[in-house]
Design a protein around this ligand. Sequence first.
Ligand SMILES: CC(C)(COP(=O)(O)OP(=O)(O)OC[C@H]1O[C@@H](n2cnc3c(N)ncnc32)[C@H](O)[C@@H]1OP(=O)(O)O)[C@@H](O)C(=O)NCCC(=O)NCCS
Length: 153
Amino acid sequence: MKARYGEKKTVTIRRFEPRDLGGVLEVDAEVGGDHDPVLFTVFYESHPSTLLVAESEGQIIGVVVGFRQSPSEGRVFWLAVRPGHHGLGIGCRLITDLMAIFRKLGVIKVILEVRMGNQKAQSLYAKMGFGMATACPDYYPDGEGAIIMTRPL
Ligand SMILES: CC(C)(COP(=O)(O)OP(=O)(O)OC[C@H]1O[C@@H](n2cnc3c(N)ncnc32)[C@H](O)[C@@H]1OP(=O)(O)O)[C@@H](O)C(=O)NCCC(=O)NCCS
């Protein structure tokens, strides 16, 4: 799917391909993540239809990692947008496209967890129809709690 933003830039949301790995790792590093590169290869091999990237002018500017964890339940594992492209609706577009794919796969409920301190992501997910289901203190290895959010499809 293609859409325009800003003056001249076109953003395409599409499936991840192995050649995107370098760009995805750059996005990860720019948002302070430290995912093992193997993780993306594993998701690509096991859940290729729900590993999506946003591309603009040949550059990977966003990624969403989702997977169907049971026949009826989807999970958003990770979402990130390159900081220079924040606030332009790219995160929402990645989630919107992922939800459409989940729907086609027969998913009726989507679940995710987000750090308690990550207000930006919580706002995005709330805007995309997710509601807070549970708060889990001490969820992450660094001691921060998580909020579990879900939405029906
Ligand atoms: C969270 C993240 C993916 C948002 O991506 P984005 O492309 O900037 O988001 P969008 O432009 O689609 O914004 C959608 C909504 O998110 C929320 N949002 C985005 N930026 C925000 C900010 N700076 N402050 C508060 N809410 C914000 C708003 O609800 C916004 O809707 P609005 O524009 O109508 O106000 C991005 O900030 C990011 O990559 N953060 C680092 C990685 C991360 O935290 N990932 C989530 C892991 S669970």
